[in-house]
Design a protein around this ligand. Structure first.
Ligand SMILES: [Cu+2]
Length: 303
């Protein structure tokens, strides 16, 4: 004696539903148990790096807030879709449901609601931007950063009491330069480019800015944790954009002073004035090894 067809369909459906529920439960348990403290932190920050600058917290809050607002909206929309799908699904009677052409209050609602959302997002963004771009009138340090094809030059201008020398480090496409910063002290980056538009940023600081020829942009950060971080160019600037990497060492103020003193003592890392790059787009700002020669390419191949 077998089951009748409708009963069979119903029991199969029940079984499939139970299986789906178990799968979701199992996957959730697996997902949560597989999380280390580190990845749980990442989950909480919604994949943002842990802020290593005083300015980063505001950016992180904006990011998290935007996700919460977007998810809340998503749940309402997904809930409504699920409700409509179930409530108005096709029944056995093959009857076509009531056809409603438009509903004025609803249409007014879904015109106004997104406008309100955009205004809220915009206001929060402007507020955050004003916070992270705030500058002290006299930052503890000023680093003049040059984005050149295809690396970076860091001028620690006016830092050295000895003869008021400018000390600097200049990278090339083959040598990744290092930027050293003291923890807990404010530093303003003045951004220069002799050639094309680059973008100077360190993910852990949660801040970046365009480096535009003929215009000196600047922003200020205060590193909050010692450590080594990665930095890069964030504007697709040309052929060797991908080589515009740098590392950032955040150290104690004493180590910072010792580092600058060490640079001065090398005898090749100092100059009368900050090195800001020549008019020739191919001249590395530091005047060190010629990038193009080193890579063995023709200037004609450029861009
Ligand atoms: Cu670049």
């Amino acid at each position: 004696m077998g089951l009748q067809l409708p009963e069979l369909v119903a029991s199969t459906r029940r079984r499939a539903r139970r299986l789906a529920l178990l799968t979701v439960l199992g996957l959730s348990v697996l997902l949560v148990s597989g999380c280390s403290a580190d990845s749980q932190g990442q989950l909480k920050r919604l994949a943002m790096p842990e802020p290593a600058s005083a300015q980063g917290d505001a950016t992180l809050r904006l990011w998290q807030g935007a996700w919460i607002a977007a998810l809340a909206t998503g749940f309402v929309v997904w809930g409504l879709i699920a409700y409509v799908v179930v409530r108005f699904r096709r029944r056995n009677d093959n009857e076509i449901p009531v056809q409603t052409r438009y509903n004025l209050p609803l249409e007014i609602f879904y015109t106004i609601a997104p406008v309100i959302m955009v205004i809220a997002f915009f206001a929060q963004t402007v507020k955050t931007q004003n916070t992270v771009l705030e500058q002290s009138p006299t930052p503890d340090h000023v680093v003049k950063v040059v984005g050149q094809k295809w690396s970076w030059t860091f001028n620690y201008t006016g830092e050295q009491a000895v003869d008021e020398r400018n000390v600097y480090v200049s990278g090339t496409s083959a040598v990744i330069p290092k930027l050293v910063l003291p923890v807990g002290e404010s530093v303003r980056f003045d951004l220069y480019s002799p050639d094309v538009i680059h973008d100077f940023g360190v993910p852990a600081f949660l801040l970046k800015m365009d480096v535009i020829p003929g215009r000196v942009n600047n922003y200020e950060i205060t590193p909050t944790a010692t450590g080594t971080y990665r930095g890069a160019c964030y504007e697709l600037c040309g052929t060797f954009h991908s080589r515009m990497l740098f590392t950032v060492d955040v150290v104690t103020p004493q180590e910072y002073d010792a580092y600058l003193q060490g640079l001065l003592e090398t005898g090749v890392n100092d100059s009368d004035a900050p090195i800001l790059g020549g008019n020739d787009a191919y001249t590395p700002a530091g005047g060190g090894l010629d990038t193009i020669d080193m890579l063995g390419i023709d200037e004609g191949d450029e861009q």
